[in-house]
Write a protein that binds this ligand. Structure first.
Ligand SMILES: [Ca+2]
Ligand SMILES: [Ca+2]
Length: 273
């Protein structure tokens, strides 16, 4: 009986090791790897910071925290197993190393954003182009036509000059799906919000509107923030933030650019150029 247990134990160890190896290979594409330190992250401070936590390594003296390979800080000893990363380091690769234990783990904070081009078939609601955008759970965006009502549940924002039948390229707004279109009702009940982006990699925290700009239109060369708030309950970890980069607005209502979706719920960082 004891022998059988011993064999079972060896087999279990081998399986566990194999599973860990596979996990690292499979998850490396999205920039997140779990290794001996079991490095994890969570969003804190209302989406402004990311807190890293890891498992204590008994043989380690302490841990260092490196940004893009350069050590920026270290812990007092091996019992401290957390570190809060601020937005100064959005988009960087963070490495935690257990000193004297020869082991480290890292996370690529830039790989958490998914960028999708709006292509050449996106534009104002009365134009020949598709006018709505919806994000998949993996962060990729789909450009939807307004003419097929089966698409409506997937909309996260759409663009309109607020006048049915005509296109005014100088008055195109970013609209929430729950904004009425042409007197025919809402696309869906999502109450999402937008505003001008501002500067840097962190989305604004105030002054969002569900029709933006409202007066005057979105412009080529400018960026806008989108706050997707599915429960309409203020900021929480179920929300997602997007930076909409507009490259051009044409006279026929065609709008080109890209959308950058932060896949981590509640995180305000969009570290893209
Ligand atoms: Ca219109
Ligand atoms: Ca919310």
């Amino acid at each position: 009986m004891k022998k059988l247990l011993a064999i079972g134990s060896v087999v279990a160890t081998v399986i566990a090791f194999t599973a860990t190896t596979i996990s690292v290979i499979l998850t490396s594409c999205d920039g997140y790897q779990t290794g001996p330190l079991n490095l994890q992250y969570e969003v804190v401070n209302n989406g402004l910071d990311v807190k890293l936590t890891w498992d204590q390594i008994e043989s380690a003296s302490y841990y260092t925290i490196a940004v893009d390979g350069e050590v920026i800080d270290s812990t007092a000893d091996n019992t401290v197993t957390e570190y809060t990363v601020t937005a100064d380091h959005a988009g960087k690769v963070i490495t935690v190393t257990a000193v004297d234990a020869d082991t480290s783990d890292q996370i690529d904070l830039g790989a958490l954003v998914v960028t999708t081009s709006l292509g050449s078939d996106f534009g104002e609601a009365s134009s020949p182009y598709k006018s709505a955008v919806g994000f998949n759970s993996d962060g990729s965006a789909v450009i939807y036509s307004l003419t097929d009502s089966s698409n409506y549940p997937y909309f996260d924002f759409w663009i309109s000059d607020n006048t049915a039948g005509t296109v005014d390229p100088n008055e195109i707004d970013i609209c929430s799906p729950n904004v009425s279109h042409g007197g025919t009702g809402n696309f869906n009940s999502e109450d999402n919000w937008s505003r001008e982006w501002g500067t840097g990699y962190v989305a604004p925290t105030t002054d969002y509107q569900n029709i933006y700009p409202g007066s005057g239109g979105i412009m080529g060369g400018k960026s806008y923030a989108l706050w997707i708030d599915p429960s309409g309950n203020g900021w929480d970890l179920n929300d997602h933030f997007v930076r909409i980069d507009i490259s051009s607005v044409a006279s026929d209502g065609q709008v080109q650019g890209k959308v950058n979706y932060q896949t981590v719920g509640g995180l305000l960082w969009i570290p893209v150029d």
